[in-house]
Design a protein around this ligand. Structure first.
Ligand SMILES: Cc1ncc(COP(=O)(O)O)c(C=O)c1O
Length: 458
């Protein structure tokens, strides 16, 4: 969890190692109760965490949360944190937003799971249809499951075996999507992929983001059921689309009979209707998840009428419960109450305006420090989300973005921030604004980030 060992682009590794050790000392001194809790937790959970990826946070042991509200949380050591991670978008609505909590609690008290719809189901579908211009909706417990369902439907109605994803994209724990290109341009399993059921080139084609020639070449084989893509990559830093890219992707998908699925799970940060609304995209399906439930598990996927009809006509009523698209608690009453309340009362168009303003301030703060010390890093904003990376210019595709990765440097910057009461998203350098994030929350990061830059480059 804490070792600093391998080589990467920040040249002064000895200085980095020394800084890291000092920050570890600060962390240990600040968080004795977390240490005790970790001693307890590690007896019955690997690394003392309920999901193993939580072990990837920097520090000798995890931070355990006691309570959260809006853009802040307090840990069991009583330290207040500005939360710029926001559950990696799960809490983009802010923690415990009042309107969502009220609706969720009321529904919980009336019963949560019936395998029958409540009136909130149609309300949630109406709200999503109005925002995304997509008429037909279904509900899941996660964005991963929404992606899995759509992939199955796409293969079912097209009769084609493969999907296409972008290099270094992430669409959740979806077998088909965890693919990358090796140095010969062949599709292989991504580093760290656990227990892949089949070789990834059987199920998946991979191309670089923003590369239309490669996309056309892959689609022309005629075996791709669907392109599954984020409208901007957000899981390997932020990679924005070139002007005209999306129009060309749409045109190519139509020409080669491939369905286009836009995964807006993270890019919802661009505005109330995500990048689909901002850029006027015309996909065949849209995926949402994470924050739309107000903090409880909820996912959704929207389809055009044509796609939805093709799916429906391909299924016999008798087989519908065992067809591989399911989830007993999917579409449960509490998730739908959460979606209805969060979309209508929390993640509103007015809320997005303030979230995007705060993010513009955050981006300017990072920019100022980078410029002041001539640091060869860049920062990219996508609505209420922004991210810096260890390269001088914005990446054009996932491979370029991945090449700038520096795990040790990133761990140091995150631990430095954490020790100053700021939580940055793990696994990359992303900050996200909620409706409750204030200018002074942002300023706290601006000051700490400058201090970190001085420690490395000053
Ligand atoms: C673009 C995108 N799609 C889907 C997912 C999966 O979300 P979940 O893990 O909530 O299922 C993620 C998770 O980070 C994501 O970034």
């Amino acid at each position: 969890m804490n070792a600093i060992s391998s080589d990467s682009r920040y040249a002064d590794r000895a200085r980095l190692a020394g800084l890291w050790e000092s920050e570890l000392d600060v962390f240990r001194a600040q968080r004795p109760r977390s240490s005790d809790e970790w001693e307890r937790a590690i007896r019955h959970m690997p690394d003392g965490v309920p999901m193993l990826w939580m072990a990837k946070w920097p520090g000798p042991w995890p931070v355990y949360v006691s309570r959260a509200s809006g853009a802040h949380f307090e840990c069991i050591d009583g330290i207040d944190h500005v939360d710029l991670c926001l559950g990696d978008t799960g809490a983009m609505c802010g923690h415990a937003p009042a309107a969502s909590v009220a609706a969720i609690s009321q529904q919980l008290a009336r019963g949560s799971t019936f395998m029958l719809p409540t009136r909130d189901a149609a309300s949630a579908a109406e709200l999503l249809a109005a925002r995304f211009g997509m008429p037909v909706w279904q509900f899941t417990l996660s964005a991963t499951d929404a992606n899995r369902s759509l992939i199955r439907f796409a293969r079912q109605v097209t009769g084609r075996p493969k999907i296409l994803v972008h290099d270094f994209s992430y669409h959740g724990t979806v077998d088909e999507a965890y693919a990358t290109l090796d140095k010969n341009g062949d599709v292989v399993s991504r580093r760290g992929n656990i227990g892949a059921p089949v070789a990834l080139d059987h199920t998946t084609a991979v191309v670089q983001f923003n590369d239309l020639a490669l996309l056309e070449f892959a689609l022309s084989a005629g075996d791709i059921a669907a392109v599954l893509m984020e409208p901007a990559l957000t899981n390997i830093g932020i990679v924005l689309p070139d002007p005209g890219y999306h129009e060309a992707v749409r045109e190519l998908c139509t020409r080669y009979g491939t369905l286009l699925i836009i995964d807006e799970t993270h890019t919802l940060s661009a505005g109330p209707g995500g990048m689909t609304d901002v850029l006027g995209l015309e996909p065949d399906a849209i995926v949402l998840g994470k924050s739309i439930g107000g903090g409880i598990p909820a996912g959704a996927y929207g389809m055009t009428r044509e796609f939805a009809l093709a799916v429906r006509e391909s299924l016999d009523l008798e087989d519908i419960d065992v067809g591989g698209v399911g989830g007993t608690l999917a579409g449960n009453a509490v998730s739908l109450a959460g979606i209805r309340a969060t979309l209508s009362g929390v993640l509103t168009p007015a809320a997005f305006e303030s979230m995007i303003d705060r993010c513009t301030e955050w981006t300017a703060g990072v920019h100022t420090a980078i410029d002041e010390f001539s640091v060869p890093w860049q920062v990219t904003q996508l609505g209420a989300r922004a991210e810096y990376s260890f390269r001088p210019t914005p990446p054009r595709d996932g491979a370029e973005a991945a090449a700038a990765d520096d795990f040790e440097l990133q761990q140091y910057l995150h631990l430095h921030a954490l020790n100053r009461g700021i939580l940055v998203t793990p696994f990359h350098n992303m900050a996200l604004m909620s409706p409750a994030t204030t200018a002074s929350d942002v300023e706290r990061h601006t000051l700490a980030f400058r201090e970190a830059v001085v420690s490395l480059f000053g």
